[in-house]
Ligand binder design. Structure first.
Ligand code: GAR
Length: 221
């Protein structure tokens, strides 16, 4: 690994996506290194996960800053001090200001537990369950000034079964999050991500061979 991609990972909670990234780096499957983990929540289990793996971790509490811009300025300072190439939002439940977005143009990505543009916000699996969709999934996307609106890099689709609860669906989606987030980061590490307007192209990669999925299954058509 000559020049692993330098990541700054922002979290707020359990950090299972962070853990999957750490595990894939440690396995040698993901050519990246985590330079810093930052949490806005002092109780986030993700901070403990980072420390267990000897990764630098910082907690930035919102109450220690007067404005969102001040908060984001400190985030920027920390990430720049670690020469971060890619900012990875992994369950980071806080809106970023334009100041932050401008500091890392096309270098901030997020994972969302729904098939965007459906069900943005903080209750993706619950909203999908209640709506009654037959498929949901997860999306890795660039972060722009909207809420979960940036250009889409990769998506994974999972079925929604009639007996699903928010919890069973969220668990099925989370397993896929752990796969596609590392894959997306590896695309960046390999320099394969190209952005044209709001469309992302991944260079030299096969697109899905699947033509269609049906749920429930078709019976004779
Ligand atoms: C993940 O499901 C992530 O997609 C979601 O928060 C969870 C964090 O889990 N993010 C959002 O809903 C953002 N709108 P984790 O802390 O175990 O990685």
């Amino acid at each position: 690994m000559a020049h692993p991609l330098k990541l700054g990972v922002l979290i707020s909670g359990s950090g299972s996506n962070l853990q999957a990234i750490i595990d894939n780096i440690e396995k040698g499957a993901l050519e990246a290194s985590i330079r810093i983990v930052i949490s806005n929540n002092p109780d986030a289990f993700g901070v403990t996960r980072a420390q267990k793996h000897g990764l630098p971790a910082a907690v930035l509490k919102h109450e220690d800053f007067n404005t969102r811009e001040d908060y984001d300025a400190e985030l920027i300072r920390l990430l720049r001090s670690k020469e971060v190439d890619l900012v990875v939002l992994a369950g980071f439940m806080r809106l970023l200001t334009p100041v932050f977005l401008k500091a890392f143009p096309q270098k901030i990505i997020n994972i969302h537990p729904a098939l965007l543009p459906s069900f943005p916000g903080i209750h993706g699996p619950k909203d999908a369950c209640e709506y009654g969709v037959k498929f949901s999934g997860c999306t890795v996307h660039f972060v722009d000034e909207g809420i979960d609106t940036g250009p889409i890099i990769i998506q994974s689709v999972v079925p929604v079964f009639s007996n699903d609860t928010t919890e069973t669906l969220a668990a099925r989606i989370l397993k896929e999050e752990h796969r596609i987030y590392s894959q997306a980061i590896q695309f960046f590490a390999e320099g394969k991500v190209a952005l044209f307007g709001r469309k992302v192209q991944i260079k030299n990669i096969e697109e899905t061979p699947v033509i269609a999925l049906h749920n429930p299954s078709l019976a004779g058509f």
